[in-house]
Design a protein around this ligand. Structure first.
Ligand SMILES: [Fe+2]
Ligand SMILES: [Fe+2]
Length: 265
């Protein structure tokens, strides 16, 4: 009997030893596995961080390119306007009005924002118009008028070579901002939707702002006169749809005008 018990105890001890060894081995294995996983996790994390850093760099560069383009475009517009003694706020207001028109016309935010940046360039061609004509107080004679009118085509010629979408858009704006819906504008007497929407919008934005501002050749008009002018010119000078947008969203346009007043002329 005693011999049997001893044998049993010995067997139990062997079993216990085996159990302990197996458990220890298992724990070791798990720990090793953990270490391996940790190491590869770390490597993956490093690779991910590096990639993220590169993405950030590209994004910063992209933003810089866009900012530079915007600044160049805006400065060019301001140069065009300053040659004709118009204020920097004129181009700012035309920019904002154009975006409001674009959004209500149905353009998406990206295109509307682009037009906001391109429309201030409409008069860039004026840099090539002689001072004597450009800043003449009072009415132009026929020759002076012809010279002045070349600013649309001149602006287009300056910008058309660029492959940049923003400058291409600005070229269209410069070329077509004096065309009229009824076909009596210049330089190409385009009619209705033959005139690019960018040109039609800039025309409305530019004229609305010009009428409400003092210029070397005229005093500003009061609102009643401006509004009846747009009603008369609906479908004549201007795209009827844009005139409707103007009156339906008048508050938005007037808010821009109030926030960007001319300090002095
Ligand atoms: Fe113009
Ligand atoms: Fe203008």
């Amino acid at each position: 009997m005693e011999e049997y018990e001893n044998k049993l105890i010995a067997e139990i001890e062997i079993l216990r030893d085996n159990f302990i060894k197996t458990t220890e081995k298992l724990i070791k294995d798990v720990k090793r596995q953990d270490k391996i996983m940790l190491r590869s996790d770390k490597r993956q994390q490093q690779e991910y961080d590096e990639l993220q850093r590169k993405f950030d760099e590209v994004a910063i560069l992209q933003r810089e390119i866009e900012d530079t383009q915007r600044e160049v475009v805006f400065t060019m517009g301001a140069i065009g306007e300053s040659r004709s003694k118009e204020t920097g706020n004129h181009v700012r207001r035309v920019a904002q009005y154009s975006k409001i028109f674009a959004l209500h016309y149905g353009m998406d935010e990206k295109e509307a924002e682009m037009l906001k940046q391109a429309s201030p360039m409409h008069d860039i061609g004026k840099v090539a118009i002689p001072d004597a004509v450009l800043n003449k107080p009072g009415k132009f004679d026929e020759v002076e008028r012809k010279i002045m009118d070349t600013h649309a085509e001149l602006g287009y010629e300056m910008l058309k070579m660029s492959n940049r979408p923003l400058l291409k858009m600005a070229a269209t704006v410069a070329y077509e901002h004096h065309e009229k819906w009824n076909g009596t504008g210049y330089p190409n007497q385009l009619k209705g939707e033959e005139i690019h929407i960018y040109g039609r919008i800039t025309a409305m934005a530019d004229v609305f702002d010009a009428l409400g501002s003092d210029r070397v050749y005229k005093k500003s008009w009061d609102d009643e006169k401006i509004f009846s002018f747009f009603k008369e010119e609906r479908g004549e000078h201007f795209d009827p749809k844009l005139v409707d947008i103007f009156f339906e969203n008048l508050n938005e346009f007037l808010a821009v005008r109030d926030s960007l007043k001319d300090v002095s002329l």
